[in-house]
Write a protein that binds this ligand. Sequence first.
Ligand code: MN
Length: 204
Amino acid sequence: MAHQVPALPYAHDALTPHIDARTMEIHHGKHHNAYVTNLNKALDGHADLAAKPIEQLLREIEQTPDSIRQAVINNGGGHANHSLFWQVMCANAPAAPSAALADAITATFGGLDDFKQTFAKNAATRFGSGWSWLVVDGAGKLSAYSTANQDSPLMQGHTPILGIDVWEHAYYLNYQNRRPDYVAAWWNVVNWDKVAELFASAKP
Ligand code: MN
């Protein structure tokens, strides 16, 4: 079955005032939809690859033929990244992660505020378009970095558990060129419960 855009787990206006409804409508309905459409187009005629779940497709990106690999990286990455992005946001977000994740964040980054600073800096300094991530690496350790374009951490064997989209389409209507303001506001909608759940299932 062809890849599909997952339904948003909340209304378009659920994240206001931090992310406006119009941005969510266009971002989910147009941008994510385009990644899925173009991914399915790239996989047309590759039944074996088309049958893989998106995470597996990206983890095994080396198995994708050269002729469609960059299209899968761009559009498959776009599909996976946005599918995660919608899940790690919510209305009435919890202020902090639960104990197991909080402890791991403290062990790696020094504390939640230190982590937020690192993550926000990675988001602010990503030149052009991309994502800032919190990932679980192959050894079960947390790590934070940014990637360009739609490059997914899955391609390097990492499991993303939190990510912010810093493409201009994610924030331009409300924040224009003020990416740091968007990132600062975004913490208000982070669904730490979901991140903790992803952390628990990502540990090897
Ligand atoms: Mn986006």
